[in-house]
Design a protein around this ligand. Structure first.
Ligand code: 5CA
Length: 448
């Protein structure tokens, strides 16, 4: 992409309405614009990150055996009346009436709808287990939308739903998602910690929130220090195998959110030099609630002995749009955002120090071609801005590598590569710099 043809409305000053760094940087880097309280438009740069995050979630959910579907944002109120949640959800639910005076709602989550879809599509226990997910916009009329996309009213969520014949098999499905979540977040460069959590309006008695530690997090959390660098399941994890050892290892050490915290237990189980009490951001939340929805919505299959069995279900959410803010909270410095390669909107920022100079333009054009042809995402700053402004914009938008080309370098056959994270600058021959960058970027696309 040539910057001269792109839409990147960066702001030099920090907008006053933004309280936390990720919100400030998302506005300054031209990633989002607020359209009304807690509702955002995603501009080109922000959308690229959102899509990359969604694709990592998709890739890892597919790997764990889940199957993608797409349900609508607008749902009928009738289903929610059957499950009993229409009243329970209260003012957080956006209720709509259509022209026939039918009660509709903008879905805050999809347990009811998926349960009826599954019920109507499956007859026998032989069709189990199954896990269906979608990545779709949700609406919750939060009393206090804040921190930009972190607590929005409209937000993008991945929600998966598992269906099993027995509680024991249902727990196996829960374990698959538990392991998959560790990989999803690690692939974005985040160290998440699963913590025992309250189930709120979703229900059930088994639940973990996946938390990343950050000063600006909304939750107070408590955990054992050793969880901060716990082992991530490998890419070739066998999701059909017994995943209990992975889950047991992660859950054997104390980790709880505020609502589930037991101070006496924390003190008894965790040595004082290993006690972590910090703020955290909830980037995912998984639930196992057995037959809470399958009973009232009559989601049953014929069991092996011919009698109908209500299915055991779990639901598994990832805050896809929240993650954009969460990753920035974890990955930034004074100059701006520092994207990990797998979620970077572009992987390389090519800076032409003297647009209009035939030699520099030619060198940049051929480097751009080679990188693009190798499948690298490149943003090429071919504008007439001065060098200082170009560097500041590239630092702000946080592309992992900057490739700087100027007339002097071209004359000497050299270009400069800057690593955004470390700040290291390296002179590399123009002839080999594309290959060097291709190798570096590709080696970091999958971090675990
Ligand atoms: N049905 C279940 C799981 S599929 C569910 O809705 N779970 S949830 O309420 O915990 O939401 C799942 C994830 O969505 C959360 O972990 C969080 O990362 C994200 N999320 C929830 N509310 C918001 C919000 N207001 N703004 C941005 N992200 C949110």
């Amino acid at each position: 992409m040539h910057l001269s043809r792109y839409f990147l409305p960066v702001l030099r000053d920090t907008p006053k309405e933004a309280e936390i760094i990720s919100h400030q940087l998302m506005l300054r880097a031209g990633m989002v614009r607020q359209s009304s309280a807690g509702i955002y438009s995603w501009l080109p740069l922000g959308l690229r990150v959102l899509d990359k995050i969604a694709n990592i979630v998709r890739d890892e959910q597919n790997r764990a055996g889940a199957i993608e579907v797409l349900m609508p944002t607008i749902q009928s109120a009738d289903l929610w009346k059957q499950s009993g949640r229409y009243e329970d959800y209260g003012k957080e639910m956006l209720r709509i009436e259509d022209r026939h005076e039918r009660e509709m709602l903008y879905g805050p989550t999809n347990e009811e709808l998926i349960t009826t879809i599954f019920r109507d599509g499956v007859r026998s226990y032989r069709d189990l287990p199954r896990n269906l997910y979608h990545i779709q916009w949700k609406f919750r009329d939060e009393i206090r939308p804040r921190f930009g996309v972190m607590r929005g009213r409209e937000f993008l969520m991945k929600d998966a739903y598992s269906f099993d014949l027995s509680e024991e098999e249902g727990r196996r499905s829960y374990h698959r998602m538990f392991a998959s979540y560790l990989r999803i977040f690690a692939r974005m460069g985040l160290q998440s910690i699963p913590m025992a959590a309250d189930t709120g309006p979703i229900g059930g008695d088994l639940s973990h929130e996946f938390i990343i530690l950050a000063e600006t997090g909304e939750s107070q959390v408590f955990c054992h220090q050793d969880l901060i660098d716990g082992a991530i399941p490998p890419i070739d994890l066998d999701y059909d195998g017994d995943l209990t050892p992975i889950v047991d290892k992660w859950t054997s050490l104390y980790a709880a959110t505020d609502e589930m915290h037991d101070a006496a237990k924390f003190d008894a189980e965790v040595p004082s030099d290993k006690q972590v009490s910090a703020r955290g951001i909830e980037i995912g939340h998984i639930f196992f609630f057995g037959t809470k929805y399958s009973e009232p919505l009559n989601c049953k299959v014929q069991g092996p002995d011919g009698t109908p069995v209500a299915l055991h279900m779990g639901s598994y959410g990832v805050g896809v749009s929240r993650l954009v803010g969460g990753i920035i909270e974890a990955c930034h410095d004074d100059g701006g955002i520092v994207w990990p390669v797998p979620v970077a909107p572009f992987e390389v920022g090519l800076i032409n120090l003297k647009s209009g100079d035939a030699g520099t333009d030619g060198a940049c054009a051929s480097l751009y071609e080679r990188l693009i042809n190798a499948g690298i995402d490149v943003l090429y700053d071919d504008t007439g801005e001065r060098a200082g402004a170009k560097f500041a914009t590239m630092d702000l938008i946080g592309l992992p590598y900057q490739l700087v080309v100027g007339p002097m370098g071209v004359a000497n056959g050299m270009a400069e590569v800057k690593d955004r994270k470390t700040g290291d600058k390296q002179e590399v021959p123009i002839d080999t710099v594309a290959d060097t960058l291709i190798d570096r970027v590709k080696s970091q696309r999958i971090l675990c």
